[in-house]
Design a protein around this ligand. Structure first.
Ligand code: SF4
Length: 436
């Protein structure tokens, strides 16, 4: 991937959102493009589902008081407008200082050091952040600290080796039957542990028609690809027209069976999930989504509503959670998050060991922490609430699942297994006797 990364650059303001379509905007999607048939025509189907309008959306009490305090003249309708939220993101030290009491470690990230990832937080997500506790989980996940500038042994800017596996810029082909297509490098809110902090927020990946057509051409010429994951940056930060064009182009490729979208929008900018967006998305089934939630505090009424709209549009939802020290690295927090997700109709999918990106040591836990969490979930709660714990192997080895060891031993005719309560059971194995 040809991406120029400026190392040691100062904490910078994020580039403009990708919501305004420019010269590079593709033509309207061709209405004749083959889309997977819906059970009913879109208009009729949409009449079956009543989406609450943004005006009807009740705000979480903390969100409401934050809006009153810092955006007093902003009516609810505007606050619930995703483009207003995007253009009013908190992007500078000066803005942060008016809203929270910064710790020394946080302030030093701006005044003494040069962090790679820009600052960007939607007003909505900012309203969920503690004013005076720098250790609050959500605050740790989006406010930079000086620790980001500390490089530890084994860390790398591209630990998953994505750039070496990119046949065209922004397209990662690691596994045999699927590809990852980065649409842009823009997110409404930047996570301090982002695996792609080397590119995200730097204006290095544009959703330009030329680049994307090269990616589509590669997919067209590679019939083994049956699954395309759209990521970035956050694909849902594109305007409806551009995203619809991308989806329709992929739907024109006969061997692409499913398309997935990876997004943190329901957690950081739930206002983005609008009736217009879901009406557009449902035209491109089978469409799946992997949502990024890290803590139960993200599961607000606004997030519930966003997920309900996506689920009601028939989009299967999975979650991806990164295991983060001081954020969610204990059983109680993780169980609460998984239970929220199930209630939001989001199936816990992956629990990721934090990737060893440069400056991530303050977020990374021992592997045993993740195994202990899985051990504490499996058997003690619904199987649907137990994600697969994975390490994305440094160097590009792909996801490797990790499980507590439930095999206690082997006998000649039986396997000795340990259950979730630590009791042992013998499972008789079939012995294949050969007559010689
Ligand atoms: S939403 Fe995803 S891509 Fe964006 S900063 Fe967070 S982890 Fe990175």
């Amino acid at each position: 991937m040809q991406v120029s990364i400026k190392r040691n650059q100062k904490l910078i303001a994020s580039p403009k959102p990708v919501t305004q379509e420019g010269d590079d905007e593709p033509p309207d999607p061709n209405p004749c493009i083959k889309a997977i048939p819906s059970p009913a025509p879109p208009d009729a189907a949409c009449r079956l589902v009543r989406f609450p309008t943004p005006r009807a959306l009740a705000l979480t009490p903390t969100v409401r008081s934050f809006r009153k305090k810092y955006f007093a003249g902003v009516p609810a309708k505007l606050w619930n407008d995703w483009q207003w939220q995007t253009s009013h993101r908190i992007r500078s030290l000066a803005q942060l200082e008016t809203m929270i009491a910064l710790s020394e470690d946080e302030r030093a990230a701006f005044t003494q050091a040069h962090t790679v990832l820009p600052l960007g937080i939607t007003p909505y997500y900012m309203s969920l952040i503690s004013v005076d506790d720098p250790n609050q989980p959500l605050r740790r996940s989006v406010i930079p600290t000086i620790h980001e500038t500390v490089s530890s042994l084994g860390e790398a800017h591209d630990p998953l080796g994505e750039e070496a596996m990119s046949p065209v810029p922004g397209l990662v082909h690691r596994y045999p039957d699927r590809v990852l297509l980065l649409l842009s490098d823009f997110c409404s809110t930047y996570c301090r542990y982002c695996t792609r902090s080397r590119v995200v927020g730097h204006g290095a990946i544009h959703p330009s028609r030329n680049r994307l057509e090269r990616a589509f051409a590669y997919i067209e010429q590679t019939p083994t690809i049956r699954d395309v994951l759209l990521s970035g940056g956050d694909p849902l930060m594109l305007g409806e027209e551009k995203l619809s064009w991308v989806l329709s182009r992929l739907r024109q490729i006969p061997h692409v069976e499913i398309v997935r979208i990876g997004s943190k929008v329901p957690a950081v900018l739930p206002q983005r999930i609008t009736p217009r967006l879901v009406r557009m998305l449902r035209r491109y089934h089978p469409l799946w989504m992997s949502l990024h939630f890290i803590h139960p505090d993200e599961c607000t009424p606004e997030a519930y509503r966003a997920c309900a709209m996506l689920a009601d549009a028939g989009i299967p939802l999975g979650s991806q959670t990164v295991l983060l020290k001081g954020v969610n690295d204990n059983l109680e927090t993780m169980r609460a998050l998984m239970h929220h997700l199930l209630k939001m109709r989001v199936r816990p999918y992956y629990l990721y060991q934090c990737d060893p990106i440069t400056g991530s040591s303050h977020f990374r836990t021992p592997i045993e922490t993740g195994l202990a969490i899985i051990r504490g979930l499996r058997g003690f709660t619904s199987g649907y609430a137990v994600p697969t714990y994975v390490v994305d192997a440094p160097g590009g080895g792909g996801k490797i699942p990790l499980m507590p060891d439930y095999v206690a031993g082997r006998e000649t005719d039986a396997l000795v297994l340990r259950n979730y309560e630590n009791n042992l059971y013998r499972y008789p194995e079939i012995c294949h006797i050969t007559n010689e």
